[in-house]
Design a protein around this ligand. Structure first.
Ligand code: OOG
Ligand code: MG
Length: 259
């Protein structure tokens, strides 16, 4: 079996059995970011063959808060499927390894977006609505520790996500100023505004589209884009985690067991 197929198997099994594995770069220090995206795409193909449907894409490590904590200093890009979308605030943690929650601004596209060159104004024109959101990330690697190629291969730790009520995006709304407060068990953990992610969600999506163009892909109408954690992530196990967004209300989740 070739190296890429073996990494796909390892990551697939880790996700399926909720059992962490060693970072791929531990045994393969030369693994390139490009090959890591090939692993990521093969994992996506396996999800699709398994009956899942793409519902959008995500950015990760777009904020300084996230980059500093994870020690990876550039944005990463991954995929969202229908199986990841939470339809309930109760999260089944038995299928996850060491889940963490982070608040994000989600954009919902009205039209497709395609690179290679795209500006924040193009993203604004293609966006229908936006929503407050939380992402549950769950690195498949031991100790939540990884290097850039590892986290890319692992579909940027994507596990679950929940969306608040969407609101129409109009040119007067400055998403860079959209405030967010993250709480765990009723205590404020951190606060941030939209500019924290790549100088704003519109610019973040432009980066994503430019990346996708290098892989011969684009964003489709109706897709959701998670623009990246605005603050550091907090542990989910044993906690009620809530993210409040200016003018958008709150998104609250908790492990199924403690609700
Ligand atoms: C990598 C994924 C980061 C974000 O929003 O920054 C991410 C990780 O921290 O596990 O999704
Ligand atoms: Mg995220």
């Amino acid at each position: 079996m070739d190296r890429i197929a073996e990494y796909v198997d390892r990551l697939w099994d880790a996700g399926l059995t909720a059992a962490a594995i060693d970072p791929l770069t531990a045994g393969d220090p030369e693994l390139s970011v490009d090959d890591a995206y090939t692993v990521q795409e093969a994992l996506l193909d396996r999800r699709l063959a398994n009956g899942e449907r793409i519902v959008g894409a995500k950015l990760g490590l777009t904020s300084k808060a996230k980059q500093i904590t994870m020690g990876v200093h550039q944005p990463v890009f991954g995929w969202l499927t229908d199986a990841m979308l939470l339809d309930d605030a109760a999260v089944d943690c038995t299928t996850l390894i060491h889940p963490r929650v982070e608040p994000e601004i989600a954009l919902i596209l009205a039209t497709a977006l395609e690179g290679p060159r795209v500006t924040p104004a193009d993203v604004l024109a293609a966006t229908g609505s936006f929503a407050g959101a939380v992402e549950v990330i769950d690195s498949r690697f031991h100790g939540y520790s990884f290097r850039l190629p590892d986290v890319v291969a692992d579909n940027t730790s994507a596990a679950r996500f929940a969306l608040g009520s969407p609101r129409q995006l109009t040119p007067e709304i400055d998403l860079r100023l959209l405030g967010c407060v993250l709480e765990s068990d009723g205590s404020v953990v951190s606060a941030a505004a939209g500019a924290a992610v790549a100088n704003g969600p519109l610019r973040a999506v432009a980066l994503l589209v430019e990346h996708l163009a290098t892989r011969g892909r684009r964003l489709e109408a109706g897709w959701v884009v998670m623009t990246g954690g605005l603050t550091d992530a907090v542990p989910l196990a044993g906690h009620v985690v809530s993210a409040g967004f200016d003018g958008l209300g709150r998104v609250t989740i908790a492990p199924a067991a403690i609700r």
